[in-house]
Design a protein around this ligand. Structure first.
Ligand code: SAJ
Length: 399
């Protein structure tokens, strides 16, 4: 089965790279986003998010005439749903964007079409919300294939991982699995692994949960090590020399819109069983408060210290502030009024919330230097500049 027209719903961190990549592979792609501003930006061959090389890819896709954006879907051979599935206040998944996308495509779906959900979703979403939603909207599902193919790309490496990563494809029935696998094999260099929709959904959640639990162990070890005056980064480096140990790195907490979110999807669906997963989430969520207490202790030595806060992003070398523990800590420091804050974020041109200070100037003036994100730019800081400063290095960058 060869499909030539693709409709991608949601033009964010996953949808936009996917849509523009498919356009450059020769498909006719319609990118759909509910935000008119996003649609206009893309049709001007520009981008609204930051990701290495995405600007070049979008420009080439739009200029080739094979990528167009609009706010409404239209008939296509394949529909790819890549909309956000954030966490609600009650720690359950907010699936309203998936529901809206399904309602929007329902009038356009035709026999022979493939509908793929790429958004990270709780188990059962593909079957009940996507296939079930189309059925409820009156679509004759006889010849419609519905599958889940979770996105697995790492922000900062999206364009590489989009092509190279293995993909998991799970249909609501065998025909859907086969149709979706055939489609992904047309453009993915990694292996395409076939399973059921539910297994694909849980596999994606398990991947991010694995990382969250491992980081929780690292964060817990960092607090234990502090009690014994042991350097946790040396400790983990030594433990990882064992051939079967691979502990991740502690930090100020876990952020982003995936790892700090997805484990809750499992917890809310399997409350009784998911005890370790829940505890790991709680350990990681407590880490920013622990860092704040460290700053409080150090600040008590001064009358009113100047505190350089290095980094606001949720991880190194991105400008993404979503669910960022660094941002959370800096806001809490401002609230606690422990001193004069000098906020540094080299990946942002400006911030609505903070007066950003250049790195060198902030460190020069600081009594306390609090490293929150291991951005490349901070590595270039000369050790001499840090002498006589009180350092709180949450990422182990200056050891
Ligand atoms: N972090 C640590 N210590 C570490 C590694 C990460 O504290 O050793 C922190 C980071 O600083 C950040 C958070 O964890 O705050 C998450 O960062 P990340 O780089 O581990 O992951 P994400 O959220 O950028 O992307 C993840 C990836 N999942 C896995 O690696 C299993 C990516 O492949 C997924 O596609 C993405 O989630 C997603 O969209 O689900």
């Amino acid at each position: 089965m060869t499909q030539r027209t693709i409709c991608v719903l949601g033009l964010g961190y996953i949808g936009l790279p996917t849509a523009s990549f498919l356009a450059t592979k020769g498909y006719a792609v319609l990118g759909v986003d509910i935000a008119p501003g996003v649609v206009e930006t893309i049709n001007r061959a520009e981008i609204h998010i930051r990701e290495p090389d995405l600007d070049i890819l979008v420009k080439s896709a739009v200029q080739s005439g094979r990528l167009k954006a609009q706010v409404e879907p239209a008939p296509a051979d394949v529909f790819i749903i890549a909309v956000p599935t954030p966490l609600r206040e009650d720690k359950d998944a907010d699936l309203s964007a998936v529901r809206d996308a399904v309602a929007a495509i329902a009038p356009h779906v035709r026999p022979g079409n493939l509908v793929v959900l790429e958004s990270t979703s709780p188990v059962g979403t593909t079957e009940h919300l996507v296939a079930g939603g189309l059925r409820l909207a009156g679509v004759d599902m006889g010849e419609i294939h519905v599958a889940h193919c979770p996105e697995r790309v790492l922000p900062g490496r999206i364009l590489v991982e989009l092509i190279q990563n293995d993909r998991i494809v799970g249909g609501v029935d065998e025909a859907a699995t086969a149709a979706a696998a055939a489609f992904y094999r047309e453009f993915v260099n990694g292996e395409v692994l076939e399973t059921t929709a539910a297994t694909a959904e849980l596999a994606k959640l398990a991947e991010n949960t694995y990382r969250d639990v491992n980081i929780a162990l690292a964060n817990e070890l960092s607090m234990i090590s502090d009690r014994f005056d042991v350097d946790v980064f040396e400790l983990i480096g030594l433990a990882n020399r064992h051939p079967r140990v691979d502990i991740l790195r502690p930090g100020p907490g876990v952020g982003g819109h995936c790892i700090a979110v997805d484990p809750w999807f499992i917890v809310s669906q399997a409350r009784e069983e998911a005890r370790l997963i829940r505890t790991a989430r709680e350990v990681n969520d407590r880490k920013p408060g622990w860092v704040l207490d460290k700053v409080r202790q150090k600040a008590a030595r001064f009358r009113r210290p100047a505190i350089a806060c290095l980094g606001l992003a949720f991880k190194a070398d991105v400008d993404d502030l979503r669910e960022s523990p660094a941002l959370h800590i800096v806001r809490a420091l401002r609230e606690a009024d422990l001193g004069d804050l000098l906020v540094v974020e080299p990946n942002l041109r400006r911030s609505d919330e903070f007066d950003l200070v250049p790195l060198e100037a902030a460190v020069e003036r600081a009594d306390i230097v609090l490293l929150l994100v291991d951005h490349r730019a901070f590595r270039r800081l000369k050790p001499a500049k840090l002498q006589e400063k009180v350092l709180i290095d949450t990422r182990g960058m200056w050891r």
